[in-house]
Design a binder for this molecule. Sequence first.
Ligand code: AMP
Ligand code: MG
Length: 484
Amino acid sequence: MTTPAISGKKLADLNFTNRLFNTAPFLFVKVTPEPLTNPKILHVNHELLNRLNIDENLITNPSFLRFLNGDLDFEGLFFGASFYSGHQFGHYVPRLGDGRAVTVAEVETDDEKHFELQLKGSGLTPFSRMGDGKAVVRSSIREYLASAHLKALNIPTTEAMAIISGEDKVYREEIENGSMVMRVAESFLRFGHFQYYAHTNQPEELKVLVNFVVDHYFTHFKDHPNSNVLFYQEVVKRTARLFARWQAAGFCHGVLNTDNLSILGLTLDYGPYGFIENFDQDFICNHSDHEGRYSLGNQPGIGMWNLKMLGEALKDLISDEDKERTLNTYPQIFSVEYTRLLLEKCGLYKNFKSDEDFLRGLLNMLVVTKVDYTQFFRSLSTYTSGTPLKNIVVSPELTTWLDQYETRLAVEEISVEDRHNKMLAVNPKFILRNYVAQIAIDDPTVLENMFKVLTNPFEEWSEFEEWAGPAPVRYRNLSVSCSS
Ligand code: AMP
Ligand code: MG
């Protein structure tokens, strides 16, 4: 047998830039990860490995597993947990920080993109407070699948390179096996990082972070004299658009504390998230969210509230007037994007004033008829006049709405075939329903197929039909809480 040409060296050959660490070393405390016992790889995201220029042959190399397990150290890696604070369920908590995540390094790829690699579940850090710094297989699978799935749905998100599990016992409501995910993102900076330096009165450090984001991510106004205001504008814009995408997909994040909001407008920190089955603004995916603060319908307003908290953290950098004016652009940016996305889901590409009423009528019809949200739009994607919607129960409300839809369609200038093709590319057949994730949790050997389906959710995949519909009876009432 020939030895694989690729060794641990190959990882060491990556271009470690560690820009954030070099620019803002104050943000991190060095930590030593706690590797899992007898780790094994549950799944690897090959497409992401390719994007990172990591050789796929490496997967079978023991050093790769050690790397994923935080058990390999070589030049270029730094293991750091960062300081942040944040508003949790509306209350300011002055010190949170990476309690179970460790930034391993930042790499630059051959096409000059930069990615931060972070281990989640790698043990205690100075920020672990009462926690154990660990992650369990259940929550890691949920994060691993969801991040790849949201990316496939064109929703900005952090990603995950691999998931491993170990034999370590971790104590939650019951004893579970320990696990780690290697997460990947352009940046894991959160609103809470900025809040921490503002609330602890460290203006220099705050400015370093703002400048870092502008210099490396918001480069189109890098040298602008008003870069602080433009920074806030950009975050408001990205956040409003992200929230619009969540609403259109029927995605509920579950824990929209300011420490879980990405400064780049990415979906971050997958916990008790959920996708709606029937359309319901009161849908609460987090079992611990008794008041429904983070219900589906409350999400857009929470986005704005969180941005207001970020604005307050920037008070020494931006005038009250600029802050107020910027924040007030949020509802408009959100609603333009949400309207566009809903119209696109309906195969409507023009936009009239009357569309607001039309879409309100659509959402009301979905509430009353309780049809499955995802199946409805998938079925609408092959709708032709005069024929019933496939797999959707006929009701008077649906019939009335379809009449209005016919009238509205008549104004569009697109062929039926083109419309169907465009709609099939934005209305997924598969979404990561809780029970679907649970199937993989109960039997991780399905991960390979499930990953394939969820990262190509617009394909038909007739052999995986059983994952396409609403939860079967035995999986109803699954509850998901913050405990992960
Ligand atoms: P999250 O609910 O994931 O947004 O976490 C909120 C805060 O609690 C963050 O500071 C996390 O790092 C910390 N945290 C959550 N779970 C754990 C855990 N098992 N061990 C240590 N810290 C944790
Ligand atoms: Mg978090």
